[in-house]
Design a protein around this ligand. Sequence first.
Ligand code: ATP
Length: 137
Amino acid sequence: MREEISAGGVVIFGNAILLLRRYNGDWVLPKGKVEKEEALHQAAIREVYEESRARVEVLAYLGEIHYSYRDCWKEEVINKTVHWYLMKAKNMDCIPLKKEGFIEAQFIHMNRAAEFAKYRDERDIIQKAIRQFKQLL
Ligand code: ATP
């Protein structure tokens, strides 16, 4: 069993949220592994940029989610924690980074973003981000 820590963002511009589509069709939030001695929020900003080229600033910490999966190559179970940040994009520029496994990057209206997202825990974090964002306005 191995522990893995990632960080990512619910990136908002205007009334839309950035979602990425994987090659298999799943819509997910941008995220990735935290590097050694890297702050969680910096990892989140870096991963958003690496996966979508979106330039962002962090508004707030949203919380963490946990899931487990089996790494088929190494035949081990990974216990994963993902830390999420509410982020504001500087503009709507984004592109899907193919080498990161994405074929589409889109800002989707807040009212519909959660229903696009593949995973229940990401849908919950999107809803939380929308609530917090509205309180900041
Ligand atoms: P990272 O983006 O953190 O580098 P990764 O791309 O290596 O991660 P994950 O996105 O964690 O890997 O996916 C590994 C496995 O976990 C896949 O089988 C995926 O379907 C599943 N998975 C990904 N996100 C979630 C989630 N939010 N909830 C449950 N299972 C998930």
